[in-house]
Write a protein that binds this ligand. Sequence first.
Ligand SMILES: [Mn+2]
Length: 471
Amino acid sequence: MSRIAVLALAFATLCACGNAAAQWLPPDSHVVAEGQARLRQPNAEYRGRRQELRENLDAPLVLYGYTGHEDNSEVAVFFQEPNFYYLTGFSEAGAALLIAPPWPLNGSQPPSPPEVLYLPPRNLNQEVWDGPEIGPDDPGVMQGTGFLAVEPIANLKGDLQKLAKAYKSFYTILPPEHEEGYPHFTESIAAIRSAVPHAQLKDASDKIFAMRQVKSEGEIALIQKAIDASIDAQFDAMKTMRPGLYEYQIAARMKEIHEWNGCAREAYAPIVGTGFNSTVLHYGSLNSEIKDGDIVVMDVAGEYGGYAADITRTVPANGKFTPRQREIYDLVLGAQNGALAAVKPGATITGSKDSLQQIVINYFDSHPDKSGKVLTKYYPHGVSHHLGLDVHDPGDRTRPLVPGMVITVEPGLYIPEEHIGVRIEDDVLVTPGGHKLLTARLPRSAEEIEQIMASSHTGSSRPVDTPPSGP
Ligand SMILES: [Mn+2]
């Protein structure tokens, strides 16, 4: 049953029985309360981001948060649009943000406050289901949200029309021609056009994405929390791994460790691929049995306070790499070491002859396997991406690195005909003097991985744990 149908049924029931019945209705298990899955920074941090963006605007910016109708699946929990969250720290549905540029046109008075948060009115009937929410008329709403002006969402249209008298254009985030998934930004444009049909719409995504690429100390602390939980899970997976388990069983333990350590959700769909599946880059079914002699790619990480980790380790199912698996593993490790050593301010991820991507390609080109075969063609993806509110944080990957950026370094080789895929993925903070390996606690070398696995079991002969006996 959809959430809307559940609510409609509930209200019908309430109307039939009178309000006194409300407390007797069991909360419907399919309706998930809106969660606070992200941990807010101090209000001043969001205000600082808005001020920085505002300094770069020559026209007003309007941005819509998610409405809560983007995902009607039964497991959906409301999760704010990341750019809107980045600028507001506001986690509830149906809000909008207006930022006016810093100077009035023609010396006139600015037609609006510098920034306004627009909120939908409170709906006390819905709050029975979803819990208390913040409304535009709540006492203390400005202190709570950190905005100097909070208005009912119904006022946004009129405010845009007033601004349109002073400005010919408006900024928002323009979607690509074919927007993937729920067309949030396409719908945002339609809403803006319905208010100010003659305004020119300009794309603010480059400005916002560039800011998002450089993390604050608070953001880095949350990323480190996500990484620490994910490292614990990777250690557990190495110790649990054995032939006879299924891929989803490894993922299940890792997810539990993430959540037990405070991660509200996974940073992305877990990838645990054994044998041939190790060569499928975004393998997601996780329904294969792990066989003796397989190699297993585990690209699994949690999200803490809204910030993603992204970690991959590749392990032998029985605790000992075959000579060929080890050969491929060491090539990938060598490439990763080369790329890691180059992470410093000024370096680029891609797009130049000494980029991290080119370092990896050059390494594979110049390090053939023992038979003399160059394996570069088995490296089909990029070496790095930015990491933050999104696991693939948006923005220009040719931009030179600056301190405060957090990127992955994740070369791999995937040889389907040999059922050998290897990826090693770590998360790195760019510092003024170079970089800090945020995933340093998790060993990367084949020897260390085999030692960790040997410390807990003896390969394929290890019996399945006996379940505790019940009462
Ligand atoms: Mn990654």
